[in-house]
Each structure stands twice: as C-alpha cells, then as structure tokens.
Design a protein around this ligand. Structure first.
Ligand SMILES: [Ca+2]
Ligand SMILES: [Ca+2]
Ligand SMILES: [Ca+2]
Ligand SMILES: [Ca+2]
Length: 488
C-alpha cells in the first residue's frame, strides 16, 4: 500500500498526524481521533492534485471497472412448501450494492462521501479468504442480512454481519481499516453514479441474455431501483422473476445509469433450475368438414369447408387436407376452405386435420361420390333483379342476384335433371349433367320473393326471360326478377 501513502505524506501536517497508513490502529477510536470534514476535504483536494484530476471537469459515469462488479448475486427458488409438493412460484435474486467510493450509499460519489470516513474512522473490517471467492479480496465476512437481532430500524448489533458489510462499503481500498487511504477511491471514482441495476436473464434454449422488466415499477427503465439506505446497514437488493418454461435460467446484474446512459460491469452469474407449474390441460380441437357438392359426375369441382371446426380453449392455427384419402395431408395454412376437382369416378373419403394453438389435432371426413363423366348438358345463365323502370325499347336495368337455387326438370315437370346449383355472387349459375332431352325442359328458380318461377325452354339456345309479373307494356316491376337460360 506504499503508493497510497505517498500523497498522505505530502498532506498538511494535521492530516499527517492522522497516520492513515499506519497499521494496527485500534477499532472504535475516541471521538477526538476523527478528522474534521474540512480536514478530509483538504486531503481529498490534495489527492485530486496528486492524481492530476480536476474534479470540476470529471463527467458523470456509471460505476465501472471490475471492482464495481456485484460479486454476491444469488438466485433461489421461491418455494414456500419446499422441494416437491406445490411448484415454485418464482425465482428470487439477492445481491448487495457495489459502488466503490459511494461511502454514504446514496448512489453517487461526491463530497458527501467524506462524512462516513469521519464517522467510521479507524474501524476495522474483516474479509473472506480470496481463494474462496475467485480471487476477489474484498468479500466481507458474515451475512449482510444478519443484524445480530437488532431488528428493523435499529443499528445492527456490533460484530454482526450487517455491520461488517456496512463498514466494508467505507473501506474503499479494502485493506481492512477505514482511514485516510480511503480518500483515494473517492477521488478515482469521483462523479460515478447509478440509478439502479438491470437484471439480465438467459432461459433454456436462448443464446443471449435479455433485460428483465421492472415488475414493481412498470415505467422504470431499470429492473431494480435500490431501496433507500438504512443507517449502519449495507444496501441489499432483490428481484423476483417468473420464468414461463422449465429449464435452467441464468442471471447477472449490471449497474445502470439512465441519465448518461450506460451500464457498468457484469456481476457473477447465478443460475437456478426452474420447474414451474404444469401447463394447463389443453382441450383438443374438434374438426368438422362439409363437401359441397358431395356427389356428381367427373370432373367434379368440390369445395371442402372445415370452417365449422372449433377449439373451446384456444384457436385453430393450421388446416391440412387429404381430399382423396391418400394418407398424405397438405398444409392449407390458416385457410379452412380447399377447392378440389375430382377427375376420376369413385367414392372418396375427403379428410381434414386441424391443429390448435397447443399443437393438438383432430380429423374429420366427408364422403364424396363421383360418378362416371357425364354425357349431359350444361344449362347456365344469370339470375337478376330488375332495379328500375326503363324506357320502352331499352334494355332492362338489373342487378345480379346471388344465392338462389336453380334447378332443371324434365318436360313432365317432376323428374329432376342434373344438379341443382346456387347462383354465384355475380348471379351466374351452371346446372351440370342435364341428360339429353327430346325437345325442352323446365328451369326453375326459387326467388327471394318465395315465388317459384318455371321457364319452359328448348335444350339449346340462350333466352332472356322477363319479367314474370309484367303489366301490359312490361314496365315497373320492382318486385320482379328474371333470369337467362342457355343450354349446351
Ligand atoms: Ca414445492
Ligand atoms: Ca455518495
Ligand atoms: Ca481502508
Ligand atoms: Ca385447445
């Protein structure tokens, strides 16, 4: 410690008399032994001069350097009933604040840190053997939470762990005695400050650490805001984390200053094996499948619709189809509808597999019967509604009508021909597989007005049919509709 003695030797005579580097001083000196604040300030000025530091030009910085790394971070399970039984409810981190030179524990190194030097003058501190702590020579002995039974709000008992840790905070050079040499850490850490600590965590499967939010102060930009210092006690910080997946979680903390802003050195790493509450039992999804149409002649265009599938406790996130029962499902993403053309005659078990957001699945099937390729005709046209009066001799004003069912019948008016077809959004419809008829057929539409309209038409040709409730000159049929038919 010779180097720390040099500035002291050139200090004012009164400070030399304090003999800061003289070892073996008794603990708990008489009050008269303590230097005055003015004397300590003079010593600090002397130290600044010696070190070539202009204190007025030192800019604020977060505590840095390895000496400011937290060294006593621990992570333990919060498990009220111990191992087994109920699962742990959280992970508790504990550590003591580390800010060399901040002797009064207010989070900032400045002139006010001279005061504790006088208060604790010549007190001694005991440290653990550094061999036990990765070579760190300044780990105090005792338990920092043990106040010797003094109780909250009181000064810790003499000789207690809490007292030793508090004294260690003022023994800035960690040489075991609080004396004039502890001026130097104030000078060398001048203007260092911290707002709190960031907690970094790395969970199972993660490759990088990320900051944990402040659970108590959601608007805070640091994970932990230090509690107010208690007289005679070290500043002890804690943080409770709530992992969401089982496995090993690793933590470290860094001092942080949000005004500058910057972060200081990393603490030791503390890890814990987390096994949280078992995940809630998932209710699997229920699949449903509707094929429209479910029969007809090849080639048959079929819409496979599984939008009726449900998941009571979540959502369905994936739809897979196997339209022809090949055993291979094709991912249809989040779309519950698949249009598929059956080109070959046969009976098919169309299948769908739905997956919920907890990865549970269910399947449903629908039977599609495909008959031999039809030799029949197609009858197609457009269903519309008259929308306005129109001048005599002009085309009618009309709008397409969607969703009405159009069917074809034989000339006996009873025998259904081909497949009934709904009109599409643009009003068009196609009736497939209409067998050849000798002369003519009926086309029937169920109108939205609940009327059934039947048109007798030849097998081929295209006809405009209107209106059904016409007056003598064919106008003013706001309730009327019409449709075109054409057969091929
Ligand atoms: Ca337990
Ligand atoms: Ca301070
Ligand atoms: Ca010291
Ligand atoms: Ca579910």
């Amino acid at each position: 410690m010779l180097s720390r003695c040099i500035p002291i030797l050139v200090m004012a005579a009164v400070l030399a008399a304090l003999a800061g580097c003289a070892g073996g001083a008794a603990n708990a000196p008489a009050a008269g032994d303590s230097p005055t604040l003015a004397q300590l300030q003079a010593a600090l000025d002397q130290e600044f001069a010696h070190l070539g530091i202009d204190p007025d030009r030192v800019t604020a910085a977060v505590p840095h350097g390895p000496e400011n790394a937290v060294f006593d971070l621990t992570a333990t399970l919060v498990d009220p009933d111990g191992a087994g039984g109920e699962p742990a409810t959280g992970v508790l981190l504990n550590f003591s604040e580390r800010a060399v030179g901040d002797y009064d524990e207010n989070g900032e190194v400045n002139a006010s840190d001279l005061t504790p030097l006088g208060v604790y003058w010549r007190r001694t501190v005991t440290y653990q053997d550094s061999v036990m702590f990765d070579g760190i020579p300044y780990v105090p002995t005792g338990d920092p939470t043990d106040d010797g039974g003094a109780g909250e709000g009181n000064l810790p008992a003499p000789g207690s762990g809490a007292e030793n840790w508090r004294l260690a905070r003022v023994d800035g050079d960690a040489n075991g005695e609080i004396n004039i040499a502890d001026i130097t850490p104030i000078a060398t850490h001048w203007q260092q400050r911290l707002d709190g600590y960031q907690v970094y965590r790395k969970g199972p499967g993660e490759t990088v650490y990320s900051v944990r939010p402040n659970g108590e102060e959601p608007l805070a930009t640091v994970s932990i805001i230090p509690p107010a210092a208690q007289p005679g006690r070290p500043v002890l910080l804690s943080f409770t984390d709530y992992p969401s997946s089982d496995g090993t979680f690793e933590y470290y903390v860094v001092p942080a200053d949000m005004q500058i802003p910057e972060e200081g050195p990393q603490s030791n790493i503390a890890s814990v094996d987390w096994a949280g509450p078992p995940p809630p039992v998932n209710d699997p999804p229920t699949a449903a499948l509707v094929a429209t149409p479910d029969n007809g002649a090849a080639p048959l265009d079929v819409q496979l619709d599984t939008s009726g599938s449900t998941d009571t406790d979540g959502t369905i996130v994936k739809y897979e189809f196997d339209p022809e029962n090949t055993g291979t499902f094709t991912d249809n993403g989040s779309d519950p509808v698949l249009n598929h053309t059956y080109t070959m005659e046969g009976t098919y078990i169309a299948s769908v597999r739905v997956t919920d957001d907890d990865d549970a699945t269910d399947t449903a099937t629908a039977t599609v019967t495909v008959t031999a390729p039809g030799t029949g005709h197609k009858v197609s046209g457009t269903v519309f509604v008259l929308t306005a009066d129109w001048p005599l001799g002009q085309p009618p004003q009309r709008a397409p009508l969607a969703g009405v069912v159009v069917s074809a019948y034989a000339s006996d008016g009873v025998t259904k021909l081909g497949d009934s077809a709904p009109s599409a959004a643009n009003g068009t419809y196609t009736i497939n597989n209409v067998p050849d008829q000798a002369d003519w057929l009926y086309v029937r539409i169920d109108t939205p007005q609940a009327a059934v309209v039947e048109i007798k038409q030849p097998m081929s040709g295209e006809y405009l049919v209107l209106p059904f409730n016409a007056d003598a000159i064919g106008r003013d049929f706001t309730d009327s509709g019409g449709f075109t038919v054409g057969g091929t």
